[in-house]
Write a protein that binds this ligand. Structure first.
Ligand code: 8YV
Length: 311
């Protein structure tokens, strides 16, 4: 009987995935570098989440690593140069999660602009009937700026169009398949134009603190920021200040710089809606992602092409 290939799981995967993946592979949950011991030599594949990636310290301990299958689309926490140097192949779960992430962006926008979570707290605190009900703002006719116009950014635009919003985008290059949306080559100019700025860019060095104090000032006191990209894209200190002093009106955040740590300063602010990096956390999408993680590994070890390759 052929021996099973050893796979290291950096993030825990659902039980159903373990059963499926466990058939042709031997799965090992990562605990710590120290705990890896002699197993490290046998690991040929890694599964990990986009938010966790594969820290270089772990990668360096896996001399026989051949393939990384990401349970997400983010590859900002994987050393691509080192993968290239060592000939390690890389696949993501691209294509199955864009709709859920776009839904989360729209949900956060509706929530913060219409004050839904804020009013939920008002009702639960028994304030209704004792204190005035505060008005929120209308979505229709507002200007939506989308930073990052890949699959997710375009899925956000498609949804927002049905709210009769004006839509424009910032991206590293103008897209040819969406001539209906104006392209802004400068984020600052888009932020100045927009009432709501949604971040859908990839993480990593190129987008680090792309949204700083000056972009928040450009967005302005009637503006809202929505982040479904990466926490690293936003200077969190600047954002906290901007929410406190009404440099912008509000924010909806699914991601943070140092997850799962969320700066406590956000907790006391009523003009921010917070989520625990769960835009792809639906039963259906997590199943589809898990399937793709498995199929990529299975394809690789059967000598077939990866389904959704990056490298
Ligand atoms: C997931 C993500 O939450 O796709 C990504 O890069 O960050 C999210 O979809 C994550 O991959 C699960 O760990």
């Amino acid at each position: 009987m052929a021996s099973k290939t050893d796979i290291l799981m950096i993030d825990p995967m659902p039980e159903s995935f373990n059963e499926q993946l466990g058939t042709p592979f031997r799965l090992h949950q990562f605990i710590s570098i120290e705990a890896l011991g002699p197993l490290a030599e046998r690991i040929e594949g890694v599964t990990t989440g986009g938010g966790s990636g594969l820290p270089r310290a772990i990668m360096d301990r896996l001399p026989n690593l051949k393939v990384i299958s990401v349970n997400g689309v983010g590859i900002d926490k994987i050393d691509l140069d080192e993968c290239g140097r060592r000939g390690i192949r890389l696949a993501t779960a691209q294509g199955v999660l864009s709709d859920d992430v776009a839904d989360m962006a729209i949900g956060l926008m509706l929530d913060v602009v219409r004050g839904i979570s804020c009013n939920d707290r008002f009702v639960r605190a028994g304030k209704w009937g004792h204190e005035p009900v505060v008005n929120s703002w209308t979505i229709k006719g507002k200007k939506l700026g989308i930073a990052g116009f890949g699959h997710i950014g375009k899925a956000v635009a498609k949804r927002a169009a049905s709210f009769d919003m004006a839509i424009a985008y910032f991206s590293s290059r103008q897209q040819t398949d969406t001539p209906q949306y104006p392209f802004y080559p400068e984020l600052r100019v888009l932020a100045d134009w927009a009432d709501v700025l949604v971040l859908c860019v990839s993480g990593g060095a190129r987008s680090f603190h792309m949204v700083d104090r000056s972009i928040l000032e450009a967005l302005g006191p009637k503006g809202f920021l929505i982040n479904v990209a990466r926490g690293s894209v936003v200077d969190e200190e600047a954002l906290i200040e901007a929410l406190r002093d009404n440099t912008i009106r509000g924010a909806g955040l699914d991601v943070f710089a140092n997850e799962p740590h969320v700066p406590e300063a956000f907790y006391g602010l009523d003009n921010v809606v917070l989520q625990s990096h769960r835009a792809t956390s639906t039963v259906e999408t997590r199943q589809a992602m898990g399937r793709l993680v498995f199929d990529n590994l299975a394809a690789f070890f059967q000598g077939k092409p990866l389904l959704t390759p990056v490298l």
